[in-house]
Design a protein around this ligand. Sequence first.
Ligand code: PMP
Length: 396
Amino acid sequence: MFEHVPRYAGDPILSLVQTFLKDPREHKVNLSIGFYYDGAGKVPVLGSVSQARDRIDTSVPAVYLPMEGDAQYRKAIQETVLGAGHRAVAEGRVATIHTLGGSGALKVGADFLKAHFPGSEIWISDPTWENHYNILGGAGFPMHAFPYYDAATNGIRFDEMLATFEKLPERSIVLLQPCCHNPTGIDPSREQWLKIIDVLVARNAIPFFDMAYQGFGDGLEEDAWVVREVANRGIAMLVGNSFSKNMSLYGERVGGLSVVCPTADEASRVLGQLQATVRKNYSSPALFGSRVVSTLLNDPALREEWKGEVAQMRTRIHAMRKGLRDRLHALRPDLDVDYFVNQRGMFSYTGLNPAQVDRLRDEFGVYLIQSGRMCVAGLFEANLDYVAASMAKVLA
Ligand code: PMP
């Protein structure tokens, strides 16, 4: 019956992790997959999260959540993404649902948009998180890339990006990462964002923000700046957010999708259609993680503690960036490696080409993904010297 079903080649990043696990070398270093590791090289359990978990009354039966998720959880998402007391929320213009992580936000958002903007096409940065193609393309949208990464300067091809946006057909959907761009680590400046917004407004485009790393760049509030700026202006937009990384709750599938609408009437229509989209997909979201997140975010003391823990994770990432830059600078004064400290978030485009990535893995046991993307959060004091020394030998 299923003979004709083709074999799945597997996800390249997840397959690489399997190869890493089988690698017998003791000094091996995994800088491939997007996990935040602490200074001891472990995926952390945050103190605020474990306290929230301890408070959950497990004698309450696990009945279904509504299609859109729990009301307290959704309120907490709006406050985290848009800031407490945002005008758009007070005016009832934001339709927010619980989604299965940031991936679920992309999927529900894309299905919703496909149903109601069937002629639109999606634009995503070149390069982007590979799964954007699967999820957004899988919803049936033609996909286009807009210029983003500039290998020559390790910056953004800003003028070309803007020129592309200036020619967009009306109601084009533009997928943007508000902070900690995956895979490059390079974000537009605020000045650049303002120009981007002006062009998207002029083109009557639909911004779809994918915020998977809020808090890992410059701060929980700072990282959401562009999202809030667009919401302040009353522009229709979508924003997906994820607690996978900033709460270290990857497997609980806790995220959200918020659609900011020009009027409260539109928001209530949109919320209904988001509910319908969820119903057609998986019916209702997962309960336990949302109880943990909601308990945490709705308790002022736990929320403060969490903010402190996010700050610690962010500070550690910055310290590792600086540690790598300083070591490489000492070993290879001929190279300009300042980009490591100018980039933000968990990822860095190292500038290594596929052959160099292969050499780093085969000769030194240091695993990056083929594009040269490194997960900076996989660095810690104990492996920093070794990684820097290995990279210094491999970088051209
Ligand atoms: N968007 C981006 C840019 C990501 O990097 C990721 C996670 N790698 C996601 C969305 C998905 O997040 P989640 O794991 O919460 O589904």
